[in-house]
Design a protein around this ligand. Structure first.
Ligand SMILES: [Zn+2]
Length: 111
């Protein structure tokens, strides 16, 4: 668990109007759709704190959602300032790795 904290994004590539790709310091590249990322927001407005129950649905997320800004938060997370004015969600590196829809790491990393 402690070791995981040392994994960080090297590059955040806004590859398309709907997706972002993140290159990680331990090798893989993950791809995330903005719409899913916004839906997966873990803040108190979007998730019930005790149960983790979702308080928004995918239908609540605009089709054209995209980040106005992507801001690093300390050494552990990224904050997206979304085009629907929602910005309270903090996405930890660990969570981003877990939520990735596609992990592009076919090339085994040689050590
Ligand atoms: Zn939220």
């Amino acid at each position: 668990m402690t070791a995981f904290r040392q994994i960080r994004p090297l590059r955040i590539n806004e590859t398309s109007p709907t997706e972002v790709e993140i290159d990680w310091s331990d090798g893989p590249r993950t791809r995330h759709s903005y719409r899913r990322l916004r839906y997966q927001c873990q803040c108190a407005t979007c998730r019930e704190e005790m149960t983790g129950r979702e308080l928004i649905s995918m239908d609540d997320v605009p089709e054209d959602i995209h980040p106005l800004r992507i801001v690093p938060v300390g050494a552990y997370a990224i904050q997206f300032l979304w085009s629907d004015q929602h910005s309270t969600g903090i996405y930890s590196f660990e969570m981003l790795r877990k939520l990735a829809e596609v992990t592009l790491d076919e090339q085994p990393k040689e050590t």
